[in-house]
Design a protein around this ligand. Structure first.
Ligand SMILES: *Cc1c(COP(=O)(O)O)cnc(C)c1O
Length: 378
């Protein structure tokens, strides 16, 4: 079956749930045995829960994997994946990425002996894969600079050196990019963003194809207790049914706004992979089916101009996060990426003139009018 059908039906079997057309919330910690030594299909909700299992099946089918796992947050998903590694292992990390992932590597894992080595995966060659490298961590597009990594090429390079490739697919969702189809081994998500799409849940997911990896992640999810609760799984399942239609609208609105901003005199640059001016536009067309709804731009007036603009939007909400139906706007240097040291921000190019927007699915004319009025105050 195709994507939109899977998003609505995958994993959902009403006749197994009293005929309920929508997956019920199994708000129970434990399940009755049928007798001594005769457990039923579920025993304890940390190990498996029926609501979570429907979501996990659905996520796996949308990403083209064989096993899906739902976690309490995106960071819980990332932590669980990275616990596959041992002290002494190195992960090659693309040098511009989500601030929380950088913090996890630097302030949690480094002290435990798992080392992140930052490289530019747009340029890195085989020499980067020294014997201690067990994995490569890719975000594409990157947050907030919208740089792309060639997933197929980097996954193949990792495999030549006995390492696995992990991709954070939060920005595009499987609707626009399917990393497993390109050879990536592990897909990670913050379902908080587009997959749930309604800004009312924090959640995470992991999808894999390889049975040995599925076994490891499943073991860690249960052993570490990082799983999502049934209420959150229900909400993500509700959100996921409209993923395809929402992504189409996000994509269309964001591309129109990016084009409009490109022609605005207060705007110094627009970082959007769907624009012909993006240096990796050809790669975007090759490995993505769309561009999503989040992108960044720079103002000619620097940080002062940014603060004026953010103080004057009415419809856009100044907030962290992205991927909801409502439009958000933020300043990475003082908000989402504030946990990164100043020299790291500078090295990455996350400068004070940068604004990131998450374009919602409101009417385009209203969004443009709001941005236009706010820029007029700069
Ligand atoms: C938000 C986000 C995360 C972290 O997810 P949480 O659900 O907030 O824990 C990881 N990666 C990316 C790209 C994100 O945007």
């Amino acid at each position: 079956m195709k994507f939109r059908t899977l998003a609505i039906h995958s994993g959902n079997h009403p006749l197994e749930h009293q005929g309920a057309v929508m997956t019920p919330i199994y708000q129970t910690s434990t399940f009755a045995f049928r007798g001594v030594n005769r457990p039923g299909p579920f025993e304890y909700s940390r190990s498996a829960n029926p609501t979570r299992q429907v979501l996990e099946t659905c996520l796996a089918s949308l990403e083209g994997g064989t096993a899906g796992f739902a976690f309490a947050t995106g960071m819980a998903a990332e932590t669980t994946v990275l616990m596959m590694f041992e002290a002494g292992d190195t992960v090659l990390v693309h040098n511009d990425l989500y601030g929380g992932t950088h913090r996890l590597f630097e302030r949690v894992l480094r002290g435990k002996g798992i080392t992140a080595r930052y490289v530019d995966l747009r340029a890195a060659g085989d020499a980067a894969f020294t014997p201690d490298v067990k994995a490569v961590w890719i975000e594409s597009p990157t947050n907030p600079l919208m740089n792309l990594v060639d997933l197929e090429a980097v996954a193949a390079m990792a495999h030549r050196h006995g390492a696995i490739a992990i991709c954070d697919n939060t920005f595009l969702t499987p609707y626009f990019q399917r990393p497993l189809d390109l050879g990536v081994d592990v897909v990670v998500h913050s379902t908080t963003k587009y997959i749930n799409g309604h800004s009312d849940v924090v959640g995470g997911a992991v999808v894999v194809k390889n049975p040995a990896l599925a076994e490891k992640i499943g073991f860690l999810q249960n052993a570490m207790g990082t799983c999502a609760g049934p209420q959150d799984c229900f909400l993500v399942l509700r959100g996921i049914k409209t993923l395809a239609v929402r992504m189409e609208e996000h994509n269309r609105n964001a591309l129109e706004i990016a084009r409009w901003l490109s022609g605005h005199p207060q705007v110094a640059a627009v970082l959007h992979p769907g624009l012909e001016t993006h240096p990796q536009h050809a790669l975007a067309r090759k490995q993505m089916r769309g561009y999503g709804g989040t992108f960044s731009f720079r103002l000619t007036g620097g940080q002062d101009a940014v603060f004026r603009m953010l103080d004057n939007v009415r419809l856009f909400t100044v907030a962290e996060s992205l991927g909801g139906v409502e439009s958000l706007i933020e300043h990475p240097v003082t908000m989402t990426h504030a946990s990164l040291p100043a020299e790291v921000l500078e090295r990455m190019g996350i400068t004070p003139d940068l604004i990131r927007i998450s374009v919602g699915i409101e009417d385009l004319e209203d969004l443009l009018a709001d941005l236009d009025a706010a820029l007029a105050m700069v």
